[in-house]
Design a protein around this ligand. Structure first.
Ligand code: AMP
Ligand code: ZN
Length: 116
């Protein structure tokens, strides 16, 4: 599995940086965003160091797709099933992506309004 020694999400995945994993399976894990933009703001992160989706191998794309597959269960577990939620994926400079390791943002807990 590809990884990056300097990547903060790889470090969290490896346990080098302690975190509370709200969801965890062989492929992905979920943590709370350190700078939440909504009452519930989770990050769903593949263990594999997947950088740009455009350059992903089949295996890396499958890991990214897995995050979408488990997102509804993670959202339900976080209490978002009734109210709904927004999933955001930033890719590249114009999106404002800060961490170059693929992840889903799962946001909810209040009406989120239009996308900015
Ligand atoms: P993005 O801009 O899509 O790359 O989002 C990266 C997100 O990771 C931001 O919302 C940050 O607040 C969040 N973040 C960065 N470092 C950590 C960390 N150590 N634990 C939890 N969330 C983090
Ligand atoms: Zn990484």
């Amino acid at each position: 599995m590809a990884r990056s020694d300097d990547c903060i999400f790889c470090k969290i995945g490896r346990g080098d940086i302690p975190s509370e994993k709200l969801f965890d399976d062989a492929t992905a894990f979920a943590i709370r965003d350190i700078n939440p933009k909504a009452p519930v703001h989770l990050l769903l992160i593949p263990y594999a160091h997947v950088e740009a989706l455009a350059d992903a191998t089949d295996e890396q794309a499958a890991a990214a797709a897995h995050c979408f597959e488990v997102a509804p269960a993670v959202a339900r577990q976080a209490g978002l099933a009734a109210g709904g939620y927004r999933i955001v994926v930033n890719q590249g400079p114009d999106s404002g992506q800060e961490v170059p390791h693929f992840h889903l943002h799962v946001l909810g807990g209040r009406p989120l309004g239009p996308m900015a």
